[in-house]
Write a protein that binds this ligand. Structure first.
Ligand code: FAD
Ligand code: NAD
Length: 477
């Protein structure tokens, strides 16, 4: 028997589960189909983000930073610890507990909002009289047929494979393996010095690995503001000891007993790197496997992303797509906001996501965060701008935290003073960036920020001082 809903969501990650909850809040009947099965062979909502992405990586980043602080920084505060030791099973168990709590939380939210949850793989099976058929295949092979007046595709992404380094999650790892190594490898290689490479490389470096990152591009983090990427590269290599090799193209990875021999070429010719484990983090690709999009006529672009317009509408009215499966940054908050916008449009409301004000954060130490235009983008566009930079080193709260590296940089239009971009390298950049997002969303000028009272002592004063610096009138420098 077919079960009919106003909305069927395929995928229970941030795009799908948030879209499902919002649609239910708006009075629509909603089903969410999700295929995720965790390591304990249990259904686990929340997608990549909650299971093997944002959340477990941040748990390990925090734990490894605590280990580093206890080993290297507590003594400066007069806090003496005895012999420091690492209980990796406990660290991993803590991470798993956080994941279980949050994924269980999504199941609770579904019950609370009366979203009907189906565990299994969903695929289209053509159009129905009033909408579209979606067939759910459970892990046991049972099939359920759903009908949705609207269908939201939120099937996310999977790691991009490279032929030279096929992932087995024993020696060659993707994000799943990188988050669950049961011993600290002596030598860890990482292919790709992007977001995952830097975050995972930082975790295992702090826990004791020698970490080498092989990055194909000659430039480090080219999407970030050049001043941030330059300074971050210096800190990550000099202070943290990550060995980041740019312009390195991996050609072969060979198993040698319990080790791996990675062959790559760079400007100096062919090189070899011996490691015990290798993480592959070279980007992600949209996940549309087995969706049978052809049965409803939804096209993908040349890179496999489901084609959507600015409102997340596919070419077929009534079928929408959000999150990592469509164009735009692969970020959980972007997926969530698209889920909300689609649910509201289905309910007849006007809603959109402003791509100009989506913040980026990289959770290294110190963190990097930015929103809006970079200096190199403004230069390329010929925009006349002013810059205000203020260092954390001149801030009292940063000093008491012992986190004085980095700066806040504000870019503002020279004529109108409207803020065009904000770039932060420093402590809690992930939290501080939200003030910049609000400022850009409200079309604030740097003068607006300069005239807003900021609490003292607080890291946000650095943002305030950077705004004053745009007009050359920082007070504490
Ligand atoms: P996903 O979270 O991938 O969810 C898709 C869901 O759909 C999955 O549960 C999948 O099993 C299911 N599915 C797929 N196909 C089907 C089908 N046919 N039938 C049923 N179910 C299906 N982003 C941030 O913003 N901040 C971070 O700190 C951050 N850290 C990250 C760290 C790592 C290691 C990784 C890998 C990613 C990180 N991301 C981060 C990116 C973030 O996880 C993604 O952008 C986000 O999860 C995308 O959400 P989504 O809903 O589009 O897809
Ligand atoms: P990424 O795009 O951030 O980085 C991949 C890096 O690998 C790039 O620098 C690229 O030049 C390099 N590369 C590509 N092919 C290569 C090759 N053959 N050899 C060597 N280097 C190669 O991708 P990622 O780190 O895999 O992360 C995937 C996505 O997940 C990110 O784009 C991001 O959207 C999301 N994510 C976000 C966060 C966060 O928000 N803090 C954290 C982790 C992941």
């Amino acid at each position: 028997m077919t079960q009919a809903f106003d909305v069927v969501v395929i995928g229970g990650g941030p795009g799908g589960y948030i879209g499902a909850i919002r649609a239910a809040q708006l009075g629509l009947s909603v089903a969410c189909v999700d295929a995720w099965t965790n390591a304990k062979n249990k259904p686990s909502l929340g997608g990549t983000c909650l299971n093997v992405g944002c959340i477990p990586s941040k748990a390990l980043l925090e734990s490894s930073e605590n280990y580093e602080r206890a080993g290297h920084h507590f003594a400066e505060h007069g806090v003496m610890v005895g012999q420091l030791s690492l209980d990796l099973p406990q660290m991993l168990a803590r991470k798993d507990r956080i994941v279980d709590q949050l994924t269980g939380g999504v199941a609770y939210l579904f019950k609370k909002h009366k979203v009907t949850s189906f565990h299994g793989h969903g695929r289209f099976d053509g159009s129905a009289e009033d909408g579209f058929r979606v067939v759910v295949s459970s892990p046991k092979g049972e099939e359920t047929v759903l009908q949705g007046r609207h269908v939201i595709i939120a099937t996310g992404s999977v790691p991009r494979p490279i032929p030279a380094a096929p992932v087995d999650n024993e020696f060659i790892l993707d994000n799943v393996g990188a988050l669950s190594m049961t011993a600290v490898p002596k030598r860890l290689g990482v292919i790709g010095a992007g977001v995952i490479g830097l975050e995972m490389g930082s975790v295992w470096k702090r826990l004791g690995s020698e970490v080498t990152l092989l990055e194909a591009l000659d430039a480090f983090l080219p999407a970030a503001d050049e001043q941030v990427s330059r300074e971050a590269l210096r800190m990550l290599t000099k202070d943290q000891g990550l060995d980041i090799r740019l312009g390195a193209k991996v050609t072969q990875v060979a198993r040698k007993g319990k080790a791996l021999k990675v062959t790559y070429s760079d400007a100096h010719g062919e090189q070899v790197l011996d490691v015990d484990r290798l993480i592959v983090a070279v980007g992600r690709v949209p996940n549309t496997e087995g969706l049978q999009l052809e049965s409803v006529g939804v096209p993908c672009d040349a890179r496999g992303f489901i084609e959507v317009d600015g409102h997340c509408r596919t070419a077929v009215p009534g079928i929408w797509a959000v999150g990592d499966a469509v164009r735009g940054p692969m970020l959980a908050h972007k997926a969530e906001e698209e889920g909300v916008a689609v649910a509201e449009q289905i309910a007849g409301q006007q809603s959109h996501v402003d791509f100009n004000t989506i913040p980026w954060v990289i959770y290294t130490a110190p963190e990097m965060a930015w929103v809006g235009q970079t200096e190199q983008q403004l230069r390329a566009q010929g925009v006349d701008y002013r810059t205000g930079v203020f260092p954390f080193a001149a801030n009292g709260r940063a000093k008491s935290l012992g986190e004085t590296r980095g700066f806040v940089k504000i870019l503002a239009d020279r004529q109108t003073d409207r803020m065009l971009g904000v770039h932060i390298l420093g402590p809690f950049a992930s939290e501080l960036i939200t003030e910049a997002v609000v400022a850009l969303e409200f079309h604030a000028s740097s003068e607006d920020i300069a005239r807003i009272v900021h609490a003292h002592p607080a890291l946000s004063e650095v943002f305030h001082e950077a705004a004053l610096a745009v007009d050359g009138r920082s007070l504490n420098m």
